[in-house]
Design a protein around this ligand. Structure first.
Ligand code: AMP
Length: 560
């Protein structure tokens, strides 16, 4: 039985180092010592999730519940808790300080008493997740109090972070995968393959320990990672690279992976969450239009507006997230289904078959009504034609797929290339910044963006950008903004003097109530710092509104 304290010590050590090789080595040594049940849990714990990604369990603990539990377990006042939070911006620091200062009614406030095992913590998390109904808050509180009551300062630090699923030790899938491989002397490829088939690193770790990774395979009902696309370099370049391509519309919707087992249908989202209950018409389409006893199908669900054009991504999300009155939502935002791949059919795994063959089998079992049209060609002109049709219909562009390629779960490779219009960029004013975490703690790494309202001249925010900032830029930008800090606000955020303009690319503009502009950028990415522009020259809200109104999927393409 491994104590939670030893897990907490591992996290502390990992948090203190920046190199992923050292992190991997520490984790591998730890994993090596664990028993089977612990191996099922630790891979997700170390990435900051109470449960594996494949699980439907949700902890459902918010900051206020957590702080209340800490206060009840330690006697700390909410003012004390708030003060520490303001000073550190870290729930883990809050927990370890208040637990560390707790009146010494138990020994554990003096020494780390190692009362809790990793599995104790996991089973309390299970209880938390299972709590439902009116009394669920009380039940959650009881288990959290217990956990903090039994833990010392270091354990509390990581229990608190885990409870909010924000671990901040810089361990992601890659490090866990490599650590499993290293711990049990397997190749990274074998581990990755097992993971792509099961989406459960705990299970992969268990099998790796037993030397039975090859047992892991595709199973109906268990989602596999989806194959992804790389951005192609325009039509001529991409066609030159691919030679002959299977060309399909790149639908503007959301990915669905559909498992059919007799009459039982399960639908998983791009992130492999079960969304079956939210999408009853997709279940019906598959029942009516797919002639297979068992199958795993890959496709895109598209929300269709009254004018027949696809609705913005946000509308689809509403459908995917909807849990109640689902049929009503389905009437308001009806979905279409477009299937483009077949991974498994009637007991046969097809991922190693070439796309050409998978497509042939898909055409055999699925009605054209729900089948994405495909053109196989080596002529760039033909591709341009399909591209034009897709854009005119309000979709994103085209996908070029290599006809002889296997289905590579979880891979973003050259066998699928996406061709999309280049979106306009916006020049926005930086009005705030946020200190980073872990290795980036001494850098300002995320930047709050705003656009001037042409009527009032006021800067209204449109969200944050952190992507596209290289390590080198991080140093330069931190120096630049350090001198511009106006107010060090709560926790990690600072307000900065509006002086710097960022040119920002994005996938889409969305309506949002989160920001004062009323808009938010989807997937914003820093293109460059516009040293040549003054704040007065930033793009105004008028232009944001214009781009929103004219972007693809609304009134046609913004630019091709
Ligand atoms: P992106 O999200 O920009 O990397 O593009 C990949 C996504 O495009 C996939 O995950 C699908 O959700 C979506 N998509 C739309 N049409 C297709 C298609 N014909 N083939 C594959 N993916 C498609």
């Amino acid at each position: 039985m491994t104590s939670f304290l030893s897990f907490a010590e591992l996290c502390q050590r990992i948090e203190g180092i920046s190199g992923s090789i050292e992190k991997t080595a520490l984790l591998a040594t730890f994993l090596f010592e664990l028993d089977e049940a612990e191996l099922a849990v630790v891979p997700s714990f170390v990435m900051g999730s109470a449960f594996p990604a494949s699980s439907e369990m949700l902890l459902g603990v918010g900051p206020s519940t957590l702080y209340e539990a800490l206060s009840k377990a330690t006697g700390a006042t909410s003012k004390e808790i708030n003060d520490i939070l303001r000073r550190t911006g870290d729930v883990g620091a809050v927990a370890s300080e208040v637990v560390g200062k707790r009146k010494p009614s138990t020994l554990s406030s003096f020494i780390e008493a190692e009362k809790l095992s990793i599995l104790d913590v996991y089973s309390r998390f299970l209880e938390l997740a299972r709590a439902s109904g009116k009394r669920s808050q009380n039940v959650k509180m009881k288990h959290l109090r217990y956990l903090f009551g039994e833990s010392g300062a270091l354990e509390a630090r990581y229990i608190a972070r885990l409870a909010l699923e924000d671990m901040r030790i810089g361990v992601g899938e890659g490090i866990v995968r490599d650590a499993i491989a290293k711990a049990f002397d397997r190749s990274s490829e074998e581990v990755e393959r097992g993971y792509n088939f099961t989406n459960d690193l705990g299970l992969v770790a268990q099998k790796a320990k037993e030397g039975r990774l090859s047992d892991l395979t595709i199973e109906i009902g268990r989602p596999i990672k989806v194959m992804l696309a790389q951005l192609g370099s325009g039509i001529p370049g991409s066609m030159e690279e691919m030679g002959t391509a299977a060309v399909e519309w790149k639908f503007d919707g959301s990915r669905v992976q559909i498992h059919k087992n007799g009459d039982e249908i399960e639908i998983f989202s791009r992130r492999l969450e079960k969304v079956t209950r939210s999408l009853p018409e997709i279940v019906r389409f598959v029942n009516e239009h797919v002639r297979a006893e068992s199958a795993i199908l890959d496709g895109e669900a598209v929300a269709r507006g009254e004018d027949g054009r696809p609705l913005p991504f946000q509308e689809i999300l509403k459908r995917f997230r909807r849990k109640y009155k689902v049929e009503m939502a389905a009437e308001k935002i009806p979905l279409e289904l477009w299937l483009f791949d077949l991974v498994y059919l009637d007991g046969q795994i097809l991922i190693d078959e070439p796309l050409r063959e998978r497509r042939r089998r898909l055409e055999e079992v699925a009605d054209p009504k729900i089948l994405a049209a495909q053109t196989v060609t080596s002529d760039p002109e033909k591709v341009a034609e399909v591209y034009g049709e897709a854009i005119a219909a309000g979709h994103e562009g085209v996908m070029l797929k290599s006809p002889q390629s296997p289905y590579a779960p979880g891979k973003r490779g050259k066998n699928w290339l996406k061709i999309k219009p280049v979106m306009e960029t916006l020049d926005l004013v930086v009005i705030g910044a946020r200190w980073g975490e872990g290795r980036r703690a001494t850098f300002l790494g995320s930047y709050r963006l705003a656009s001037p309202d042409p009527d009032t001249g006021k800067l209204e925010d449109v969200g944050w950008v952190a992507t596209g900032v290289t390590d080198e830029m991080l140093i330069e930008l931190t120096d630049l903004f350090r001198d511009l800090v106006l107010v060090s606000g709560e926790g990690m955020e600072v307000e900065v003097k509006p002086k710097v303009i960022f040119e920002v690319a994005f996938e889409e503009i969305q309506k949002s109530t989160n920001y004062s502009s009323g808009y938010a950028l989807r997937f914003p990415r820093l293109v460059r710092v516009r040293d040549d522009k003054a704040v007065e020259e930033a793009d105004s809200l008028e232009r944001v509104t214009f781009l929103y109104a004219t972007q693809r999927g609304r009134n046609g393409p913004s630019s091709v």
